[in-house]
Ligand binder design. Sequence first.
Ligand code: EPZ
Length: 416
Amino acid sequence: MDSIYIYGGNFLRGETRIQGSKNAALPILAATLLVEGTCVIQNCPRITDVYHMQNLLQELGCRVSWKGSTVMVNAAGISDYRMAGESVTRMRSSIMLLGALLGRLGEAAMAYPGGCVIGRRPIDLHLSALKEMGVDITEQEQMFTARVKSLKGMDYRLPFPSVGATENVLLAAVLAEGTTVLHNAAREPEIEALCEFLMEAGADIRGAGSARLVIRGVRRLHEASYSVPADRIVAGTYLAAALAAGGSIFLEKAPSGQMKAVIGMAREMGSSVIANPEGIGVHAVRRMDACPYLKTDVYDGFPTDLQSPMMAALAVARGRSIIEENIFENRFRIVNDLKRMGADIRTADNRACIRGVEGLKGAEAWAQELRGGAALVVAGLAAEGLTVIRNRHYIERGYEDICKDMRRLGADIRSG
Ligand code: EPZ
């Protein structure tokens, strides 16, 4: 149970539709706390991280309902500012509720969201920025309480363009007194989507998508509806599957405009990629060329979330590839699993050297986190024989139904 079974080697063919973005949906759901009414979020991915965010919102007194992939959140009657320990530590994105609760109620109490296998995941950048806006943080063991009489705008530079810290500042600033200028803000497309939703609800934000955000506080936000853009990381994962197993596929809705670095890498490996507003078409025959040097970076560099799926594709490419992971300190977790499948990978510090092999052999492997688990699916699709991936629940945090999508493309894959 809680597994995925793959008989690899099938050439992938056909088309599949890309779901709404997890990393856009989560901060937007948190942002609905700022509206004393109902917000309608369309194209929301049906994944466990979203269901978890739903539980947190309901714990705070929101009414949440679904119709297909549209979720309605009514935050008019939020009653509490405290979040129970377990429900917070289970999902890091709960930290985004901090900025929203401060913006709406002026206080929040929550557990420190834990780290995870890919890194310590501290929140120092979030807390330093919020303190600059007048927030007082008191810590007790694993919990902390944040309080502020009234949030003040600030002119502030983030030491690092943290996605989460940028989102928390946005959520605190939209109803603050005065204007906030945030320098060195993260530029990931998910930030732009959050800004679009907030502006739809009446926020005054300039510079969305740039490294300099100017947010002029307004008195209140109003009901809004918004459609979540497609998930560039899910699209990139499926592109990696075609590069690994060989494929001629079309990824409908894939946000090609947000995937330049990924598309560039796929072309460098020898695949032909057609990118247009409808999606991304990729044609790749076994074996692809290696990618001599791939480094992860903040947007619009190569996304860290696609490092593991691409490592699985490079494991069967022709030649030697070097991957440098610059965002998280422990994101080579699948190397041992890939080596047990026959990959030739050596790591030192934040670098992995991959010598592509003719083929991988199916094996039993344990997913330990979301994107590493997805990378094991990519490897299994290319491997000869049966691959069994345990801990499927990690993958379901971010992928609605990777088995259904891959079966639609001709893979011999099922969950069980
Ligand atoms: C978001 O995480 C994403 N999660 C991650 O996706 C993604 O990998 C990451 O951004 C980078 O793009 C969501 O959007 C829900 P960061 P976040 O703050 O906000 C350090 C996935 O698989 N840092 O930009 O946590 C941090 O330790 C997930 O979908 C601090 O030191 O990323 C990391 O090394 C995984 N102090 C680096 O910055 C802080 O206060 C990037 O973190 C905050 C971050």
